[in-house]
Design a protein around this ligand. Structure first.
Ligand SMILES: *Cc1c(COP(=O)(O)O)cnc(C)c1O
Length: 241
């Protein structure tokens, strides 16, 4: 595909996603500015990030440091906010802290300590969202990362106290199994409930990151402040090898 074709494709896709968000906001009686679009650029090249930036996108997300670090470096001249949304190993924390302004996948105390240390050493403040696993098993952990609802308060307190970190709010991925499987709206309603409780102790933790290509309408209806959209903007990803 030529650059020109790719530009046309991304413009059309982005337009459709913008329209979906605007329609969902209208249906929910929410102002459009309430919802921030984060484009998930994982598996797609820096050239696409550059085109999206030209089209006005300012928030992008990645889930693997190996792909994200070089891409962010190639795009360092652009005023972009990078969000990290994948499961994060402590040995990658230093790299991620180099480019990400927000880590949305904070799900254990050990990670809080590592992120705090790295943010302090880098001399920057890192926004943190607690990833909530609504499908958490008896061990309180989700299959794709995240901490069960019962573990949110302890982690949030730890982030709020940690030097170099700012508690931004909550993130979830709609569960594929368990009581919320296929019930995205109920899952996002639950996340918003947990967020309301969190804000009693941490009033500034207002971010609610929920909703992907297939379910952004449910997320906006439930009250999400940030939607994370990959496929609907960039196209279907090749399966991970
Ligand atoms: C890939 C990904 C998304 C985007 O998913 P799409 O279905 O492609 O829109 C959102 N959130 C997380 C955590 C992801 O890993």
């Amino acid at each position: 595909m030529t650059d020109r074709d790719r530009r046309a494709e991304l413009t059309a896709n982005l337009g459709r996603v913008e329209e979906r968000i605007a329609t969902a906001c209208r249906a929910a009686g929410r102002p459009r500015e309430d919802v921030t679009l984060i484009v998930v650029t994982k598996t797609y090249p820096a050239d696409d990030v550059r085109l999206l930036h030209e089209m006005g996108v300012r928030h992008v997300a990645e889930n693997r440091d190996q792909d994200a670090a070089p891409k962010a470096a190639e795009c360092a001249d652009l005023d972009l906010t990078w969000h990290f949304v994948g499961q994060l190993q402590t040995n990658k924390v230093r790299s991620v802290t180099g480019y990400a302004r927000v880590v949305q996948s904070v799900d254990r105390l050990k990670l809080v300590g590592a992120l705090s240390g790295a943010a302090e050493r880098a001399g920057r403040e890192l926004g943190c969202l607690i990833q909530v696993a609504l499908d958490a098993g008896a061990d309180g952990r989700g299959e794709r990362g995240g901490v069960g609802p019962d573990g949110v308060a302890e982690l949030a307190d730890a982030v709020a106290k940690a030097p170099g970190l700012a508690l931004g709010g909550l993130m979830t991925v709609a569960p594929l199994s368990g009581e919320y499987a296929g019930r995205q709206r109920a899952a996002f309603d639950r996340l918003v409930d947990i967020s309301a409780r969190l804000r009693e102790a941490h009033p500034a933790a207002t971010m609610v990151s929920a909703g992907m290509s297939a379910d952004l309408e449910d997320a906006v209806a439930a009250g999400a402040t940030h939607v994370r959209i990959g496929t609907a903007v960039l196209g279907r990803r090749p399966p991970l090898r």
